[in-house]
Design a protein around this ligand. Structure first.
Ligand code: MLT
Length: 269
């Protein structure tokens, strides 16, 4: 679906194993900076695309071009084009929806999985309606600004020590997202399939991470997901909401680093 589009990506470090980071909505690859630094320091190659519709990547104008499966095919193709071998895929929220679609559609790409602040079930009817209302608003106004403050309030834990700084970073990402990208990704999420049936068949080491105050993919949802994936480890991150990797990078990175050290690399395996 995203065939032939220009995709901007970060590509840092090197080593036997690559970590492929998939960002959430409506963010971009740079949301992974603390984890990219950690991965490179740990001797891994770190690759993070801006998904179509976001950052420096192309922005298809037609919402029907966007789907979670299309994003999954694109990140799997990127891994293959870059010769990454089997990767540790790290997805936050919408990035997690995409990582699960990769696990279903391209399991051969995965050496390990980190599912952060995400969920396997699809939108409820009310959730779908909210996304449709937001699409209509962005379309009518021709910009995303009316949605930014409300979304920032929803994603960040109020008590987070980095609340202001992370809010400023994420707010900039949100405000610079093209209306067509915003509408398209809402369409992709609204139409995504239920992945709960896939969870028991995930056969790679998996870490499930969730901010303790995440209201979009809350702790009980993460617990159920971790329970359904054989051998998965659950990490609940204090003083964090829906963007735990930025709100509390110390705790997130400690869990991520321990997890990385347990995943056999392509050549060592
Ligand atoms: C995200 O962070 O990717 C979104 O909040 C996910 C969603 O809206 O379902």
């Amino acid at each position: 679906m995203f065939d032939g589009l220009a995709v901007n990506y970060l590509d840092e470090g090197g080593g036997d194993q690559a970590v492929l980071f998939v960002h959430g909505f409506p963010f971009r690859a740079t949301m992974w900076e603390p984890q990219i630094r950690l991965s490179v320091a740990a001797g891994r190659r770190a690759v993070a695309p801006d998904l179509p519709g976001f950052g420096g990547s192309a922005v298809p104008s037609d919402r029907s071009a966007y789907s979670i499966d299309g994003y999954a095919d694109l990140v799997a193709a990127l891994a293959s084009d870059l010769g990454l071998g089997r990767v540790v895929m790290v997805g936050l929220s919408m990035g997690g929806y995409i990582a699960l679609a990769v696990a279903r559609r391209h399991p051969e790409v995965l050496a390990g999985l980190v599912l952060a602040d995400t969920r396997a079930d699809p939108d409820t009817p009310a959730g779908r309606q909210t996304r449709s209302d937001q699409q209509a608003l962005v379309e009518e106004r021709g910009d995303v600004i009316p949605l930014v403050d409300g979304l920032l309030t929803r994603v960040l834990a109020e008590s987070g020590p980095r609340h202001a700084a992370v809010g400023a970073t994420l707010g900039d990402m949100m405000r610079s997202t093209a209306p067509a990208g915003w509408i398209g990704a809402l369409e992709a999420m609204k139409e995504r399939r239920d992945q709960t049936d896939l969870l028991p068949s995930i056969a790679v080491p998996t870490l499930v991470v969730v901010g303790e105050a995440d209201v979009i993919a809350p702790v009980d949802v993460a617990e159920a997901m971790a329970k359904a994936i054989p051998g998965a480890h659950l990490e609940v991150v204090p003083e964090a909401g829906h963007v735990a990797n930025l709100e509390n990078p110390e705790v997130f990175n400690r869990a991520f680093s321990e997890f990385l050290s347990t995943v056999p690399s392509e050549r060592k395996a």
